[in-house]
Ligand binder design. Structure first.
Ligand SMILES: [Cu+2]
Length: 217
């Protein structure tokens, strides 16, 4: 496997993905970082493999739109978040780490389809590998952790937490755009599957997409 690369701009990541999808060898390992806001992302490709890393600090809604908190009690300003996405021909993993959030609290956490704004609803619904024909999706057949990316975690007494999920599929390009933290653990019950209460914070992540290894569920 490739070693960790330096940070690269999102546009470089996107260009590298296109190169890898068209079969052109890509050794992209460009240094650099985005300016301001404490938000940085990086990616690397090696053949069919790719990796994305993004980090940020939560702030008030409307500050930069990258890492937004809607509930300072659960996600104070300055709380940190890191998201890593890795993919290969077998599937994809997404991992999240946070620090500085409320201690000893269980958050529902998912990958959503929209980017973060001052409006918590802007992040849209959960990304689904097989889309529920009847949105909003509360049917456990679609709203489940195999068809969606659920990353629920419980913080320790320092306010740090991490979780990860693996799937035998990859995102459709451009359709997974954020990680949203909710106020409580995600339900699996019929009629409320996937629900986790209020949205308390949102982190915009330019997730990479690919051609699924095994496609639908
Ligand atoms: Cu969610």
């Amino acid at each position: 496997m490739a070693v960790r690369s330096g940070f690269t701009l999102t546009t470089v990541v996107t260009a590298a993905l296109l190169l890898s999808l068209t079969g052109v060898a890509s050794g992209t390992d460009t240094g650099g970082s985005t300016d301001g806001g404490g938000d940085r992302g990086g990616g690397r490709h090696h053949g069919a493999d790719y990796r994305l890393r993004a980090s940020g600090e939560f702030g008030p809604a409307g500050a930069d739109g990258k890492a937004v908190t809607y509930d300072e009690r659960l996600v104070p300003h300055g709380a940190g978040v890191k998201v890593t996405q890795r993919a290969d021909r077998d599937g994809m993993s997404v991992a999240v780490r946070v620090r500085g959030v409320a201690a000893d609290h269980t958050f529902g956490v998912h990958v959503h389809t929209g980017v973060c704004t001052a409006d918590p609803d802007a992040a849209g619904p959960h990304y689904q590998n097989v889309r529920d024909p009847e949105p909003p999706s509360t049917d456990p057949e679609y709203a489940n952790p195999r068809n969606e990316v659920w990353l629920d975690f419980t913080s320790d007494d320092d306010g740090t937490a991490r979780s990860a999920a693996w799937h035998p599929w990859q995102f459709r390009p451009g359709e997974a755009r954020s990680v949203v933290l909710h106020e409580r653990a995600t339900s699996s019950e019929p009629g409320e599957a996937g629900m986790a209460g209020e949205r308390v914070a949102c982190f915009t992540v330019p997730f990479m997409g690919g051609e699924a290894a095994s496609g639908g569920a």
